[in-house]
Design a protein around this ligand. Sequence first.
Ligand code: ATP
Ligand code: MG
Length: 458
Amino acid sequence: MPPSSPTLRTITRDQHCISRKNISPNALRVLYRLNEAGFGAYLVGGAVRDLLLGEQPKDYDVATDATPEQVKQLFRNCRLIGRRFRLAHVMFGSEIIEVATFRSNSDDGSGQREIDNGRLVRDNIYGSIEEDAVRRDFTANALYYAIADFSVLDYVGGYDDVMARVLRLIGDPERRYREDPVRMLRAVRLAAKLDFSIEPASAKPVPELAPLLGEASNARLFDESLKLFLAGHGARGFELLEHYRLLPALLPDTAAALELDASGLCRELVMKALRNSDARIAEDRSVTPAFLFAALLWPAYAQDLQTLLQQGHDLAVAEQRAADRVTLRQTSRIAIPRRFSQPMHEIWWMQSRFSQRQQRKRVFRLLAHPRFRAAFDFLELRASAVPELQEEYLWWQRAQGMTPDELAASLPGKTPARRQPKATEKITAADAQEGSGEAATRSPRRRRRSRKPAVPAE
Ligand code: ATP
Ligand code: MG
């Protein structure tokens, strides 16, 4: 359907399954208030799609013909944000309802819309609801739930596509991807998350246009990557990235390392990490971006490290250099904040320390490291892909179950001259914190880090 001539299909309340019972009360409050003030008020985007699928939306977007300033006047708890898109955020404690004024995709010459080399950089032209619908990415994301009569308005055939679980770009796919290459990543992410297929004409240009993703803002790619890998469908998302040849654009070093790794062990490690994260999310357990990126970039780090060691560098120098190089190159694509890249380095650094089990002091120091748990989980991951690491993994697992005295007795060398917990105590997090102080005074790497604020246990 050409985007310039959308025809409206109204799906009335008795023809669809969306009930107000399943909509956030705060979103309903915003919709009703706008409506009472005489403005159009619609739930739009992912929330309508998810409600039609019988899923619980994770956030709610509202579209209206009120300008952001008019929205602000209606709500005390409202903040205006954004440059590229000017939006109103209505805040209810931790829940934010995003309210956007209908926008148009056509340039009226006012300078409110900036296109740079085929790409949208600023987009603040207000428009009609039809225009707002056709500037969205997928038909499934362009449905409007009207609070006035509880109907769903469909200008682009999105209702049938949701029912058929199909992702279809609105308009000419190639032009829409060129306009915003992140839409290619969104296609893969939504296909993985919703278990939708990507309609052939929307899928076809992706492998060829994939390199354009490298020009997208690295901050946006960080946000989209977290949504792709840490929202419960990361393993499927990764497979789709490979299938559509998006991996070299998003994680170039990882893609190159996987290509070189004939054994397939590196890919297995990455897939295992993603499956573990998916399983943890399904159980409502936390997952950390540091661990995720440690796994995603491990193939590149391990290969770089190997090369540097072969060139004759010391282990410590080679580790530092490989970690710095891989991180520097990756952050030009995905802006991984330091609060995640720092612990990622520590997880990597500890992997080679796990094989050093001869000296008591080193063993205690490693157990006391604040990142021990994450690094040990990473060792478990490596051991599940590489059988030779099983023994090492089991050794460290046993060590954690011992009291400090039992552990000290099982190791050669002197007992470390610091306060020893009672013989009956297991080695605890408190011991770990205490021990990390000792490590901090000994290792230059730790000393530098110790000035930084603590990394949140996200
Ligand atoms: P999720 O459920 O994962 O949040 P979503 O579809 O709601 O998925 P958002 O990033 O929250 O994704 O975007 C909200 C809506 O904004 C989308 O449903 C879509 O209509 C529109 N949108 C988002 N990104 C784009 C884009 N790059 N181009 C066009 N429209 C977009
Ligand atoms: Mg959303």
